[in-house]
Design a protein around this ligand. Structure first.
Ligand code: ADE
Length: 357
């Protein structure tokens, strides 16, 4: 009884805070939430800041309003809508997920956790986020922000996600495994935790004074909230060479399809050099940072007839804008912009020479 009153008070505080402070993000519509919209939002949010995901969300939904529309699209159309967001594999998985929804679930999302987790691209976190936000089920979804918040609230140095799920569930509604409580659960509880972790319980200088859960929080009571969770040793990003072939034909450059797996699955890009390629003339290189890699980009200018036969020829200016029908990764877009800028400098220099002659 005491516990029940306590958890009701914690819930109240969390929800009042959410009502007052939640950012106005486009997937936060009042009333029942469409499961497909939650799926798209959570997929966008997997690796992208909420503000940028918020810009892409309406655009993506306008083009692919439901699983059936997404399932019917071609890969490159999906990738084109994902441009600039990175981590393109998740777009391709979302596409595959829509096809599975149409094939196996009548074009809608299942409300069962196990069935959700079986969908392409839907892991433990996303399945729980959908089950809670779209179907009002009693699940805590642990992403990086909730992981930090949970470790602090529960006072644990390096807890596993399952421990956080169970600990937060007990704190918020007594007993997560007891689904009889599910109907008492406000739909927004799970998202309120995510939001609190993202905006208040920040990695550095958490705003404990503004936190609705302060009185229940072990880390705040310890006076050193930043000490939770215990820092993990981060490996420095690995350096990796990327040799790209620049073949030009008039205003166009050659693009090849990147392999169907790996970090740029399904995208196009400057063909990668291998040992069988002829040596080209080195052009100015640059460093390009990915989350776990530091790419040392080494472009090589080669003759048009030396690139593989299966390339397509795309105007350099279009590649610099993202590739259009042939969407490219950010690193290729950056190289295209660099080439375009060098062309412009060369053109200016030659017109200056003509002018002075
Ligand atoms: N990160 C993951 N899910 C989110 C959500 N629903 N709102 C804000 N940030 C999030």
């Amino acid at each position: 009884m005491v516990l029940r009153r306590y958890t009701a008070a914690v819930r109240e505080r969390l929800l009042s805070w959410f009502d007052a402070h939640a950012r106005p993000l486009p997937w936060r519509t009042p009333g029942a939430r469409d499961p497909y919209r939650v799926l798209v939002a959570e997929t966008l949010l997997q690796q992208t800041q909420a503000a940028r995901a918020g810009e892409a969300f309406p655009r993506f939904l306008a083009r692919f309003p439901d699983p059936t529309a997404l399932a019917a699209a071609r890969d490159h159309e999906v990738l084109a809508q994902w441009q600039g967001l990175g981590y393109y594999q998740r777009a391709l998985r979302l596409h595959r997920c829509a096809q599975v929804l149409v094939r196996d679930h009548g074009g809608t999302l299942p409300d069962d956790l196990a069935a959700l987790e079986a969908l392409p691209g839907v892991g433990r976190y996303t399945a729980r986020a959908i089950a809670a936000q779209a179907f009002g089920q009693a699940h805590v979804a642990v992403d990086a922000n909730v992981r930090r918040l949970g470790a602090r609230l529960l006072g644990l140095a390096q807890p596993e996600d399952r421990v956080i799920e169970a600990g937060l569930a007990t704190l918020l509604w007594g007993d997560a495994s007891d689904s009889r409580h599910a109907d008492r659960l406000p739909d927004h509880m799970t998202e309120a935790l995510i939001e609190l972790g993202a905006t208040c319980c920040t990695p550095r200088r958490p705003a404990c004074h503004a936190c609705p859960l302060r009185r229940a929080c072990h880390a705040a009571a310890s006076g050193e909230p930043e000490a939770f969770p215990a820092p993990r040793r981060r490996r420095p990003p690995r350096r990796e060479q990327l040799r790209l072939l620049v073949a030009r034909r008039g205003a166009a450059v050659a693009l090849a399809r990147r392999p169907g797996h790996g970090r740029w699955a399904g995208l196009w890009g400057f063909p990668q050099a291998n040992d069988a390629n002829p040596v080209g003339r080195p052009l100015a290189g640059f460093e390009h940072g990915l989350s776990h890699r530091n790419l040392q980009v080494r472009p090589l200018l080669v003759r048009a007839e030396r690139v593989p036969a299966e390339v397509v020829w795309v105007p350099l200016s279009r590649v610099a804008e993202g590739g259009g029908e042939h969407p490219v990764a950010a690193v290729d877009q950056r190289l295209a912009r660099q080439l375009l800028a060098a062309d412009e400098r060369r053109a200016e220099r030659s017109s200056a020479l003509v002018g002075s002659a």
